[in-house]
Design a protein around this ligand. Structure first.
Ligand code: 5AD
Ligand code: FES
Length: 376
């Protein structure tokens, strides 16, 4: 039998393993090997990022969604959810509070909501970027056409999160309605990267019918795609979805996979997700100790938080942003870490490129003209 410790050493040294080796590493895990792996991943994260953890202020600006993913509480078939949209001024209020608390990245996340057409999104981007030129803006708006992605980038958006959800075709089919396709999702990711965004992909751990084979394919995809960020958290059932009776993904497998991703891509930005904090009271701290280096606290208004229910029992829904910030500071210092107040760009992107972008967003009227085929 292959010795798992030597596989972990190989992964650490070469930042790569074959599909077969990854499979053995996942299937053969026990507590001792897990601890060895967590330790290597933690040291790797510290070598690049030190003990500073980047914060991203999450603004959940709409819970309307045209899609019907079988795992997600925002799916359009969930008629028991009160839907909401934040106004531009509510979004800017979230940013103002976040900026005061020290956030230098805002993440605009929502369901796939047609109300927010290109024009509305461009306006939001340009207002945020002109009010907070020192901040990075991440979008998480799902699948759009390449023209929209390009416009948003030109308006000043810096990063885009789009989890691939699973790299295995039949597993993708099982998790999604017929109207969605894995190939389109992967095309979107490639387009985003080609445009110049810092891009994040990712998947849920323990989603229904996920096999070790599918996990291996996820890891190989992540290695070859070389994203700047990877979002990886446990699946948690939502009562108003067809997956209500499936169990949550396990803490231990999530930590194990976070560590593998850290060793495959030592410089990747890797959040300890809210879902991880939901399945275990110390989930996010354990995520950091397994190689994660980012936390994404919620900046959304307290009144709307409960309504952005991707899954059941989400943490922090009653807490104000100021409370979360203080709570995180204490949590981080309890494990010997601290908040890093920088923008937290990917180390793979040269800082000269980012300085150029800070000066360059195009005015939105020019962008909209360009979209309509008029010259600039
Ligand atoms: N459990 C955990 N994560 C979920 N997501 C959606 N539904 C769930 C769930 N039930 C994740 C998806 C999506 C991200 C925004 O949230 O991976 O991409
Ligand atoms: Fe939100 Fe602790 S991080 S209450």
């Amino acid at each position: 039998m292959t010795n798992l410790f030597s596989l972990i050493d190989k992964l650490h040294q070469e930042q790569n393993l074959s599909g077969q080796e990854l499979k053995v590493l996942i299937e053969g895990r026990d507590q001792k090997t897990a601890e060895y792996l967590y330790d290597k991943a933690r040291q790797t994260a510290i070598a690049t990022f030190g003990r500073g953890i980047y914060l991203r202020g999450l603004i959940e600006f709409t819970n309307y969604c045209r899609n019907d993913c079988l795992y997600c509480g925002l799916r359009k078939s969930n008629l028991n959810l009160e839907r909401y949209r934040l106004s531009l001024s509510q979004i800017l209020d979230c940013c103002a509070l976040g900026h005061k608390l020290g956030f230098r990245t805002f993440v605009l996340q929502g369901g796939e909501d047609h109300y927010f057409d290109d024009e509305r999104i461009l306006q939001i981007i340009s207002e945020i970027k002109s009010a907070y030129p020192d901040c990075a803006l991440t979008l998480s708006l799902g699948e759009k056409n390449p023209k929209s992605y390009k416009l948003f980038y030109q308006a000043g958006a810096d990063r885009y999160l789009l989890r691939h959800e699973t790299r295995n075709e039949s597993h993708y089919r099982f998790l999604h309605p017929k109207s969605m396709s894995l190939s389109h999702r992967l095309d979107c990711l490639k387009t985003l990267k080609d445009i110049g965004y810092q891009v994040g992909c990712g998947f849920m751990v323990g989603s229904p019918e996920q096999s070790v084979q599918a996990l291996t394919e996820d890891l190989l995809f992540i290695k070859s795609f070389e994203p700047h960020m990877v979002g990886l958290g446990p699946f948690i059932p939502h009562q108003e979805t067809p997956f209500r009776d499936y169990p949550s993904g396990s803490l231990e497998l999530t930590l194990y996979l976070l560590s593998i991703v850290r060793l495959l891509l030592p410089k990747v930005l890797l959040p300890a997700t809210t879902a991880l904090g939901t399945i275990h009271p110390k989930g996010r701290e354990l995520g950091i100790l397994s190689g994660a280096n980012v936390i994404m606290p919620n900046l959304s208004p307290v009144e709307t938080r409960k309504k952005y229910a991707l899954y059941d029992n989400k943490i922090c829904v009653e807490d104000r942003p100021t409370d979360c910030h203080a709570c995180l500071k204490t949590r981080l210092s309890s494990i010997g870490y601290e908040i890093n107040v920088g923008r937290g760009d990917s180390p793979l992107v040269a800082s000269s490129e980012i300085d150029g972008l800070l000066l360059a967003p195009l005015p939105i009227n020019a962008l909209l003209k360009e979209r309509k085929g008029e010259s600039l």
